[in-house]
Design a protein around this ligand. Structure first.
Ligand SMILES: NC(=O)c1ccc[n+]([C@@H]2O[C@H](COP(=O)([O-])OP(=O)(O)OC[C@H]3O[C@@H](n4cnc5c(N)ncnc54)[C@H](OP(=O)(O)O)[C@@H]3O)[C@@H](O)[C@H]2O)c1
Length: 266
């Protein structure tokens, strides 16, 4: 897809108030997409929208709590009203928590399921009929290497991202032969508010420092390339394509050594 083909493409980006979502909105808008920015922090979205418009782009803000089914439905009807159909849906909103699962407050576990999993499958289910009607679209799910490297301390988080891996693969196979693409972005550590917010949730342990983290802009550029050349899975950075092999080859060693790291975090 060339830059001109991006013109007027409608991209829906969840979790656009910070980190990967905000950077992706800037990147896609810079290449000519109209972007719809979704998250709870409305002022952040409005600031980003103003910045994009000042740079000559087109952005719309929808403040919504995606943990709530009713708010997801309201988002979708607001987008579809007036005949707009999303060309790109970036399911990016998500949250983390680090520690022993036995210590994880149920409210946090449930919120993680609602945002990291339920919102992704629900928004996809609500938008996909319109994509089918035009035989065109790209659903991009922001996963993590934690989905294939489910270490100690992230039982719920790794499982939520493994769900996205399986969901993406199945959907990809259902959509072969159509012009609707589905992809999962398996990202490694990224500099954003993610770790700080995970640290401030009750009951957890200090999340290990985000060593070797790439910038949110790096991920955003990879997402733009993915839109231009759709694939089922990408790793960011690319070297992390080795991650699933670590579990396959060294899983038994990680079983023994990993828990020591978690004990040290106490
Ligand atoms: N940072 C990493 O190392 C890393 C690595 C791999 C994958 N990821 C994934 O990348 C995605 C984005 O994370 P990030 O690193 O950019 O973190 P971030 O800066 O904390 O951004 C998270 C975004 O999700 C939104 N969000 C959270 N709960 C929401 C809710 N109930 N309703 C609507 N929006 C909600 C937040 O907006 P509001 O709070 O304003 O609602 C925010 O915009 C997540 O899915 C994360 O799992 C991150």
């Amino acid at each position: 897809m060339t830059a001109t083909q991006f013109t007027n493409q409608l991209a829906i980006i969840t979790g656009a108030s910070s980190g990967i979502g905000a950077a992706t909105a800037r990147e896609l808008a810079r290449h000519g997409s109209r972007v719809v920015l979704i998250a709870r922090r409305k002022e952040r979205l409005q600031e980003l929208s103003a910045e994009i418009q000042a740079a000559g782009g087109n952005a719309q803000v929808i403040a919504a709590d995606l943990s709530q089914a009713a708010e997801r439905k309201a988002v979708v009807s607001q987008v579809l009203t007036g005949g707009s159909t999303p060309d790109i849906l970036v399911n990016n909103a998500g949250l983390g928590w680090y520690g022993y699962y036995a210590d994880m407050p149920w409210e946090t576990a449930l919120e993680m399921l609602q945002v990291n999993v339920e919102a992704v499958v629900h928004l996809t289910r609500l938008f996909i009929p319109a994509m089918h009607q035009r035989d065109r679209g790209h659903i991009i799910n922001i996963g993590s290497i934690s989905g294939s490297l489910p270490n100690q301390g992230i039982a719920m988080y790794g499982a939520s991202k493994a769900f996205l891996d399986a969901f993406t693969t199945s959907l990809y196979r259902e959509l072969v032969g159509t012009n609707i693409h589905v992809s999962v972005v398996r990202a490694g550590p990224v500099k954003s508010e993610f770790y700080h917010r995970a640290r401030t949730r009750p009951g957890g342990l200090p999340v290990p420092a985000e060593r070797f983290a790439v910038s949110a802009e790096h991920v955003a550029r990879s997402i733009h390339k993915l839109v231009v050349r759709p694939r089922k899975v990408i790793y960011v950075p690319a070297v992390l394509s080795l991650a699933p092999w670590l579990e396959i080859l060294f899983g038994k060693i990680i079983d023994r050594l990993g828990p020591l790291l978690l004990q040290r975090a106490k």
